[in-house]
Design a protein. Structure first.
Length: 275
């Protein structure tokens, strides 16, 4: 009922899962990941206990293959389980139980595990694997690469029963909001006619609101620019530019001595439209 990709970034700094299904809130069941440890997807007749068990085994030093073998050995329901896993070093493992509903299967490679069940056919996982390899530019984030693979699987047929939900979960050390945790992306579309497309829209918003800009996109705040932005904020009914930034939830896009060029453009466009 589900197709997913579990992967580690080529630079070895991020781990994540992208998943879609004709199932309500698939993101609440399938994905789990811990930075510097690994990631897992548990699906088909999902054993959600696998998530904590697998990550604990990986954290203790087990490879993905060994951790998966231990999970299955202790589970009498192994033939109805489907699991994909990637460890800290990018080692990958995937399991499809003999009793999973067809089409069911998976593929693994360096740094990724792709799997699905109740699919329209093997072409779904093949398309996901091809898309994963096609998007190999080091400038592309793991979240974008996972999403590209998920979209390819969806376009190739996806879940044979239809569409309902999708999720994207990515971790990297210190990548959370204001550096407070390791969760870089945690997005879920729980019930939607076109969940993968909606997930892509949410990822755009996640990058805008929750990701700081690259150094090259940071405009130094000169005295002249500060005065311009303070005047703009006051025309917008705010006491200061900082108040406007807070109202727009753009705190990650403005820092000590700099402002994101896209924020500057937005402020200038808004100001021009108001005149």
């Amino acid at each position: 009922m589900t197709f997913s990709i579990v992967a580690r970034s080529d630079d070895g700094e991020s781990w994540g899962v992208a998943v879609a299904s004709k199932f309500l809130a698939v993101g609440s069941v399938v994905p789990a990941a811990v930075a510097e440890v690994g990631a897992i997807a548990t699906q088909a007749w999902a054993n959600v206990a696998y998530k904590g068990q697998a990550l604990s085994l990986l954290d203790e030093g087990a490879t993905a293959a060994v951790a998966l073998q231990r999970l299955l050995a202790e589970d009498d329901g192994r033939e109805v389980r489907q699991v994909g896993m990637v460890d800290a070093d990018g080692g990958a493992a995937s399991h499809t139980g003999a009793a999973c509903l067809p089409w069911a299967g998976g593929r693994t490679g360096d740094g990724y595990a792709i799997q699905g069940n109740i699919l329209t056919g093997e072409e779904v996982v093949a398309a996901m694997e091809a898309a994963w390899h096609d998007v190999s530019d080091p400038g592309v984030t793991l979240a974008r690469r996972l999403l590209a693979a998920l979209r390819a699987g969806d376009e190739a047929g996806g879940d044979s029963r239809g569409r309902q939900s999708a999720a994207l979960f990515v971790v990297s050390e210190g990548a959370g909001y204001d550096g407070g945790d390791d969760v870089a992306v945690d997005l879920r579309v729980d019930d939607h006619a076109d969940p993968v497309t909606e997930l892509a829209r949410l990822l755009d918003l996640n990058e805008w609101y929750l990701t700081p800009p690259d150094e090259a996109d940071r405009e130094p705040l000169t005295d002249e620019l500060r005065a311009e932005l303070e005047a703009f904020a006051q025309r917008e009914g705010k006491e200061s530019f900082a108040d406007w930034v807070g109202a727009e939830n753009l705190e990650m896009r403005v820092g000590e001595g700099w402002v994101d060029r896209r924020v500057l453009e937005q402020a200038r466009e808004t100001g021009a439209a108001d005149r």
